[in-house]
Structure formats: C-alpha cells, structure tokens
Design a protein around this ligand. Structure first.
Ligand code: PLP
Length: 380
C-alpha cells in the first residue's frame, strides 16, 4: 500500500488483522470477563490470551501485564502508583527533561503533593548523562523514570546502564517504551526495568489501549478505584475488544520485528541521505546511531516548520513539526530546546516518522515536495 502518511510517531493505522480480531468482541462475544457463565469465560480467555501476546513482545510473564487505556494512563499509573505506594521510603523522583508530557505532567502533579523531582539534562544527541544521574541520587530517591526512545528525535537511551546504577541504590526504574515497542527489540529482563509503558495505537493497534509492565514483587497503588479487575491495579470492566486488538498488534509486531525494523531503517537512511544531498543548511536533530529506525527529524534553517507542514498537507503529505503549535502552544518543543537548539532552529524542525505502509516511491514524493517547499519558503 502506498501512503503519504509520515507521522507514525503520532499514531498508526490499525492493521486489518487487528480490526478483524476485535470485531467478534463487539458482536456475539460481548460478555463481561468477570461473569462466571460461558459468555463471560470466553471474554476472559480472550483477555488472558492477549495478555500472553503483550508479555511475549517484551519477554515478561503475563502475570506482570496490567491493561490500561493507553500510554498516558500507563505512565500516570507508574509514576503516581509507585510514588504513593512507596512514599514511606522517600519522596524523590528522577526523570529527564525530554520525557513525554504524560511523564512530565505526572511529575508536576506529584511536586504539588510535596514530592521532589530532578529533571536530568540531555546532551546534543538527546542522551542523559550517567554521571549526572549518579549525582542526582539521594537517600530519598524512590523512582527513576527515563524513556526508552524519544517521540520527537528518536534517541534511544542507555536504559541498561541506568538500571544498573539504580539497582546499586535499590531504586525502582520505569521506562516509557511507547515509541520503542514494536520498532526495536525489547526485553524487560535484559533492560532490568521494573515498570514499562506501551501503547496500542503506536504499534498498529487501537487507540485507547495500552499496558503497563509491573515486575512481580513491585506493588503499585491503583489510579482508578472500583472493582477488582487487573488484580486491583486498574478498576473498570475490561475493554475486551481493545485488549484483543492490542494483543494481535503485539503478536504481529513480535513476529515481524526484524523485517519491520530493517525496512524502516532503509526508508529512514535513504530519506536522511537525500535530504542532506538535496537541501542546504539542514541539521539532523538527535543521534545518528542511537535512533529509532523510523525517525528522522531535521531543522531546515530559516524556514518555519509549521509553514512546511501546511504546504506538505496541500500535496497530501502528513508529517509533524518542531513546535507544539498543533496543540495550540506556540512555544518551541521542550525536547528540541533541551538538546540545545535556539528557538528559531527548533521551530524550523520537521519530524518525519516512517511506517510499514510507506514505500521508497512515497519517500521520493516527500523528498521532491520538501525540496521545492523549502526553496519557496526561503525565497520569501
Ligand atoms: C504517544 C506517547 C505517549 C502517550 O500514549 P497514548 O496512548 O497516546 O496516551 C506516551 N509516551 C510517548 C513517548 C508517546 O509517544
């Protein structure tokens, strides 16, 4: 399939197989998984089957998977759930300046409750500094939350090194792996993390679905009070169809991870080398090596990223810019500012994120239009 959609970090198209696996649970198989009769038991089986598939993608035990309504809820549950559960141990949390707002705003909210938060700096490539992390740790530190891969610049953090340091001090580690899941191999045991967030709609599954990996032995307070679903860690009747869809998406991701990763990398590397060859005064934001396979983020100096977006949209292309403008905030992105870009360079950024529907022809179409648009905007 051809696609001019280059915003796969924002969301992805639900796969046909994913949708097909969900439909029965909106129709004949509509039972409540908590019910004892046959219809309920069938829904329960579907939920538990999906749990195994999610667990397999990250090499965890299925008992360690909690279903949520998406990445934001998983992040909120991890941070607030741990902070509240372990507050007698201490009140200090360490995170980074380039986290998703689901993390940053959870931290803000915890700060209002009296928790202390350290926001680690990142270097030009978007990487946290392990020495700075070591120095930030105190007797009060209960949790470190650092994302596995960044949604804007694609930088992949050294989580293994981070968990190693954390373990020396008995500190719990959470990672937001929403962008990484389905795009790079993930093994929670090798990473050494205690909690990990993932989201359905970033890996060709349905929106409003997600999961939180919570290592056995780690307890969390529930964000939502109610019934005893998800072992008391997430109340509410399960989104059975959504959970089934998430399971199918994870199963497909797990089976095609290698080819998927290679394919995205090919498109990305082609795009990066062609942009650098065809267009002057560009700068690749983030790390060249430690980068998600489908992410390319360039600043086109002297041009407004929003302006590029509007003109790309006129020729049917979807991408994303370096400001939060789309959400009504004119400020440059906190991620691009944190890697040291001045406001103008940050606002000249264009994020292109490839997905499995994109072809080399699509990338050529994007490149030709981009070359023309940047030229036009620079003449003005
Ligand atoms: C999209 C995203 C989220 C939020 O996930 P939702 O399912 O949209 O709530 C959190 N973290 C990162 C890194 C993301 O890219």
């Amino acid at each position: 399939m051809n696609s001019k959609y280059f915003d796969n970090a924002a969301t992805t198209r639900v796969k046909e197989e994913v949708l097909n696996s969900m439909i029965p649970y909106y129709k004949a198989e509509f039972g409540n998984p908590s019910s004892m009769y046959t219809l309920g038991r069938s829904a329960r089986r579907a939920v538990e089957d999906a749990r195994k598939k999610v667990a397999r993608l990250i090499n965890s035990d299925s008992k360690e998977i909690i279903f949520t309504a998406g990445g934001s809820e998983s992040d909120n549950t991890a941070l607030k759930g741990i902070a509240h559960r372990y507050k007698e141990r201490g009140n200090h949390i360490i995170t980074s300046k380039i986290e998703h707002h689901a993390i940053l705003n959870s931290c803000k909210s915890l700060e209002k409750e009296g928790y202390k938060v350290t926001y680690l700096n990142v270097n030009k490539e978007g990487l946290v500094n392990l020495e700075e992390l070591r120095n930030a740790i105190s007797d009060d530190t209960i949790l470190i939350s650092i994302m596995l891969a960044n949604n804007e610049i694609g930088t992949i953090q050294p989580i293994k090194d981070i968990t190693k340091i954390a373990k020396e001090h008995n500190i719990i580690v959470h990672t937001d792996a929403v962008q990484a899941c389905g795009n790079i191999p993930i093994d929670v045991k090798k990473l050494g993390v205690d909690l990990l967030s993932l989201s359905g709609h970033k890996l060709y599954g349905p929106k409003g679905t997600g999961a939180l990996y919570c290592k056995s032995g780690i307890d969390i307070n529930s964000l939502i009070d109610g019934g005893h679903q998800e072992k008391g860690k997430r109340a509410g009747t399960e989104n059975v169809a959504g959970i089934v869809g998430l399971g199918t998406a994870c199963e497909i991701a797990n089976n095609s991870l290698n080819t998927h990763e290679k394919y995205l990398r090919k498109l990305r590397d082609y795009y990066i080398s062609e942009v650098e060859r065809k267009i002057e005064d560009v700068e690749l934001n983030g790390s060249k090596q430690l980068r998600l396979p489908g992410n390319a983020n360039f600043s086109f100096k002297g041009v407004d990223g929003e302006g590029i977006l509007l003109k790309l949209d006129q020729v049917g292309i979807s991408a994303s810019s370096g400001s939060a403008c789309s959400t009504g905030d004119p400020a440059p992105s906190h991620v691009l500012t944190a890697i040291g870009l001045d406001d103008n360079t940050a606002k000249s950024a264009l994020r292109v994120t490839f997905g499995e529907d994109n072809t080399v022809d699509d990338v050529d179409y994007l490149l030709n239009n981009l070359e023309r648009i940047v030229k036009e905007l620079r003449i003005k």
